[in-house]
Design a protein around this ligand. Structure first.
Ligand code: PMP
Ligand code: GLU
Length: 433
């Protein structure tokens, strides 16, 4: 049979690891298996009622046609008003482009600014799609590793050292997916100074701007000075703050010429984002904001619970992590578990194997840090209900506790993970976790 030849760009493109992990968990649930699903970074709340009603009203009013490719003026104005209200920042609608979710916005920025051979600086750990979208454009991700010791924040010095004559963009994410890190304002400002000095454009992904905990401060990157604003393209959207992931509305705010170029691109690629969703997003931004704080408080409660449960793991299991200042993720290092017998006698050698074994043995689904440029780590999204969080953490704890059963060790060490898991399943068939 003749196979259609795929383009080189698509052949080397991996599927989004977050969406793939979530799809795997969904498929197991569909088969009737109870899964403790911590994969997906999306609020579990239904979109607030005023926003849902605005969408119904938009449909009834006949807003069912194509809109301007870059979005309706009303939504661009709403974005400008929200930045004025929330941060005192002045933007004009010509500086705003509405897209099909912030992921699309990121793709637009990279496609507008980067081409083959260009370098894009990305601090690691980074969100899965960053490196993939850079590579799709034929550009080269230049990964700058950060550590728990530095709060997973890149320093100005690291940024400066990563710059070459081919650098075309810095991609920053604050608050961060997957680490939950939030940049101290002074550190952000020192990055901005380097960006001006070296004339490097900055994509500042601020999608988690409204989800902050325990006194963490958010500062819009463009806010430091007009020179910084002239080099910054802000990316954000309604997905996280308004629990609107499925509606697919994100935006970019930046210099008018870049916005115009991305609008041209979008007009050829996708036309406008969904007309009804745009009207719903206007209500999200301009309507009552109480639901944003109510959801944030709920996330904060979950975060506190997860931290209380996980802190003892530091001593008990040599698991390390930073306490998230924002977003809804805990990113923890499980490298101490490698090569030791875990529940079911599994011995894993990396984070991807750890996630597979955990899912098989305990039905808990996490995302491997390998997908975020951070081997040895796994990501847990606490954007799920308290019961799932409580039971899921119990299961992770049991899974890890097994390595205290040292009598098991000589039996298991060195045996491949799959055969160990299989042996354990056979000998414990019917056991319910
Ligand atoms: N940036 C980051 C850091 C994210 O975690 C996500 C996940 N949704 C996005 C962008 C994309 O969001 P959207 O749903 O608006 O495409
Ligand atoms: N951003 C979310 C996550 O990291 C949603 C999944 C995705 O868009 O890749 O889980």
């Amino acid at each position: 049979m003749n196979q259609l030849r795929l383009s080189a760009a698509v052949q080397s493109l991996k599927p989004s690891a977050t969406l793939a992990a979530a799809a795997k968990a969904k498929e197991l649930k569909r088969q009737g298996i109870q899964i403790y699903d911590f994969t997906l970074g999306e609020p579990d709340f239904i979109t607030p009622v005023n926003i849902r009603n605005a969408a119904v009203a938009a449909i009834e009013a006949g807003h069912t046609h194509y809109t301007l490719s870059g979005g309706i003026l009303e939504l661009k104005q709403a974005v400008c008003s929200a930045y004025k209200r929330d941060y005192g920042l002045e933007f004009t609608p010509a500086q705003v482009l509405i897209s099909n979710g912030a992921k699309h916005s990121i793709h637009n920025v990279i496609a507008a600014l980067c081409g083959p051979g260009d370098e894009v600086i990305i601090p690691a750990p980074y969100w899965v799609s960053y490196s993939a979208l850079v590579e799709l454009a034929g550009a080269i991700p230049v990964i700058v590793p950060t550590t728990e010791a530095s709060g997973f924040c890149m320093t100005a010095d690291q940024f400066r050292k990563a710059i070459t004559p081919r650098t075309r963009l810095l991609m920053l994410n604050n608050p961060s997916n997957p680490t939950g890190a939030t940049y101290p304002v002074e550190q952000l400002q020192s990055l901005a100074q380097v960006a001006i000095e070296k004339q490097i454009p900055v994509l500042s992904d601020e999608i988690y701007e409204k989800l902050l905990y325990k006194g963490s401060e958010f500062r819009c990157f463009a806010s430091f000075s007009p020179e910084v604003a002239a080099r910054t393209i802000i990316v954000s959207g309604v997905s996280k703050a308004y629990a609107m992931t499925g509606w697919r509305i994100g935006w970019t705010i930046g210099p008018v010429d870049v916005i115009r170029a991305m609008d041209n691109l979008q007009s050829q690629e996708t036309s406008n984002p969904c007309s009804v969703s745009q009207h719903a997003a206007v209500e999200g931004l301009m309507g009552p904001q109480e639901s944003v704080e109510a959801m944030r408080l709920e996330f904060e409660k979950r975060r506190s619970y997860v931290m209380d449960r996980m802190r003892p793991w530091r001593n008990r299991f040599q698991i390390t992590f930073i306490e998230p200042g924002g977003a809804f993720y805990v990113f923890f290092n499980i490298a101490a578990a490698f090569g030791r017998p875990l529940a079911g006698g599994c011995v894993v050698q990396n984070a991807t194997e750890f996630c597979t074994a955990l899912l098989e043995q305990t039905h808990v689904a996490l995302v491997t840090g390998d997908a975020f440029g951070a081997p040895g780590y796994v990501r847990l999204s606490f954007a799920t209900d308290m019961e799932t969080i409580r039971d899921g953490l119990d299961r992770i704890e049991s899974f890890l506790s097994a390595w205290n059963l040292t009598k098991f060790a000589p039996l298991c060490l060195g045996m491949p993970m799959q055969s160990l898991c299989r042996r354990w399943r056979l000998s414990h068939s019917g056991r319910h976790w």
